[in-house]
Design a protein. Structure first.
Length: 572
């Protein structure tokens, strides 16, 4: 059996070499790694994991080697009825996907074309002659999940066009009788409208959906790139049915209208899961609904993609490799603090590290990391969750937020006892984290002994690349820039186009302030230095302020000077 395994490895390696996908040195490195790990991973898995090639390149090479077609399967490439030929448990366990059946020949996508025993088993269960195509395990799993979603997951791909919204006028006299609301909420126009709103929110990269009733109108707004804009105005009479439909999806009480309710919805879009956090609040004209869109696919950033300057990126990478201490990310709500922490955790994630998080709530699941969600109703708060977590033998701990004295002191003690602790605080700048910890009851000498870095950040909108144009800013703007000690040569802005909804902006990037205290600053912290003096000292020692980092991105043509003025204190 071992000899067969070796031959398969050599065959895959030769196929990849013939296609100039990998080099012999890379194959040797992967085989060496495989030997050290005791044959726990296949050669192809290691080559992908080490970044030498992609899953698609592996599948394509295997297909060529075994003389079978290669296919990039997706949620809309197979016949849904054919999926029923094989049991769901079999599909998920062996990662196989029936695509279509012609006469008595069943075409199946698999990721292991060499597994003749699996092919024989498919023929036995299906009673058909089997023809195989090779695909990636990731594509097969995503397609299976799209057609056979888990319980309580709504598939919202099959959506209506804008013109289809005319059907909503069919529901004009919606009764207020609670007993009828669940029935009305299940009617096709209401279902389609809610699906339409959810689908487009994900597609347009909205972070929140606001459904707001007024006296005689109903307004739906999306928050995109930090700003709200009106998406549509459905018929006012549909409000109760829309809210009830959302409550049903979120498993809330549709009969309760006088108290706030919170829940969650799990949907699938294009085969990938998207989480929706629902908040319902009673108001003067009915219940207002806010839905937070959490798309894990868009939250898993790398550190390179967050907007760090080269020097800040190298320095931040260095500090998060420290064996112990506290690294804090600060900024207002919605400034991307959790995204930065997730990117750092993804970089630190490895087989030899026990990484644990305590969050409220868990916004993004990361494979290989132990994530725990606080439960206020059950008394499972940040402080006692963190205390319990220390008995789980962690190497790296992420605390969603340091909110109180107990959490702050436990986090400091964890850092002082050999753990790397990452967390967030609400402060205006990076040096302000020091005074905030002291205000929370942490002794200055403990702050000095545990703190290794603070990142302050803001999210700013990027200029739309489609309508970006050079312009001459007003004299007041130039004066604000010169006041900061910088002189820009060229300035850009977006004039507005269809792609950016005539805003001139598309997407966001972070501006940063990275504070890494040296021995002198740590000594000053122990002595109780004031915030103003601490900030002046850090600037003297070379810390790039939020304002200066923003100006550098203005000069690079990435953001506008107006965005820097809006998010920092420059010019004030």
């Amino acid at each position: 059996m071992d000899q067969i395994a070796v031959e398969n490895k050599m065959q895959l390696g030769q196929l990849l070499l013939a296609r100039d996908i990998v080099s012999q040195e890379q194959i040797d490195a992967a085989l060496s790694e495989q030997k050290e790990k005791g044959h726990r991973k296949l050669l192809g898995e290691l080559l992908v994991e080490m970044g030498y090639c992609t899953e698609n390149q592996i599948a394509s090479a295997l297909a060529q080697g075994y003389g079978v077609p290669y296919a990039q399967v997706g949620p809309k490439i197979c016949d849904p009825k054919v999926l029923e030929i094989l049991p769901r448990e079999f599909l998920e366990e062996h990662i196989v996907l029936p695509l279509f059946k012609v006469n008595n020949t069943l075409t199946v996508a698999i990721c292991e074309p060499a597994n003749v025993f699996l092919i024989d088993e498919i023929e036995r269960i299906s009673g058909c002659k089997v023809q195989i195509v090779c695909s990636t395990a990731k594509d097969i799993k995503a397609t299976i999940q799209a057609y056979l979603p888990s319980e309580n997951v709504f598939v919202i791909d099959d959506i209506i066009d804008d013109e289809g919204l005319e059907d909503f006028t069919l529901i004009e006299n919606i009764t207020q009788d609670i007993s009828n609301l669940e029935e009305v909420a299940g009617q096709s126009p209401v279902v389609k409208l809610v699906n339409y709103l959810l689908y487009n929110a994900v597609r347009e990269n909205a972070s929140d959906i606001h459904i707001e009733p007024d006296d005689k109108k109903l307004r739906v707004r999306y928050r995109v790139d930090g700003k709200l804009y009106e998406k549509m105005r459905p018929p006012h009479q549909m409000h109760s049915a829309i809210v009830s439909r959302i409550k049903i999806m979120a498993e809330l009480d549709i009969a309760q209208r006088r108290l706030p309710q919170d829940g969650g919805i799990h949907v699938l879009m294009e085969g990938r899961p998207v989480d929706l956090r629902v908040s319902v609040m009673p108001g003067n004209y009915g219940e207002k609904v806010v839905i937070r869109v959490i798309d894990p696919h868009k939250m898993l950033y790398t550190l390179e993609s967050l907007g760090f300057t080269y020097n800040n990126l190298q320095l931040f990478r260095k500090v998060i490799q420290a064996p112990n201490g506290i690294v804090l990310v600060t900024g207002p709500t919605g400034s991307g603090k959790n995204t930065t922490l997730y990117a750092a955790l993804s970089e630190l994630n490895s087989e030899d590290a026990n990484i644990c998080t305590v969050e409220d709530p868990v916004e993004c699941n990361i494979s290989g990391i132990n994530q725990f969600q606080v439960n206020q109703a059950a008394g499972f708060m940040f402080s006692n969750a963190l205390r319990s977590l220390l008995r789980q033998d962690p190497d790296i701990i992420m605390v969603g937020e340091i909110r109180d004295e107990n959490t702050a002191n436990i986090a400091v003690q964890a850092a002082l006892t050999g753990h790397l602790v990452l967390s967030t605080l609400h402060t205006n700048d990076a040096p302000g984290a020091v005074t905030r910890l002291v205000d929370l009851g942490v002794a200055p000498y403990l702050v000095s002994a545990s703190l290794i870095a603070v990142v302050a950040q803001r999210l700013v909108r990027k200029i739309c690349s489609n309508c970006k144009t050079e312009y001459e800013p007003a004299a007041s703007l130039r004066k604000a820039i010169e006041k900061s000690g910088e002189k820009g040569q060229k300035y850009y802005r977006g004039v507005g186009c269809k792609k950016c909804r005539n805003t001139g902006y598309s997407g966001r990037i972070a501006i940063h302030e990275l504070f890494v205290p040296d021995d002198e600053i740590l000594g000053q912290i122990t002595d109780g230095i004031s915030l103003k003096k601490l900030r002046n000292l850090t600037i003297q020692k070379g810390m790039v302020s939020l304002e200066k980092d923003g100006i550098e991105k203005v000069q690079a043509g990435i953001i506008s000077i107006e965005e820097v003025l809006r998010t920092t204190q420059i010019g004030i």
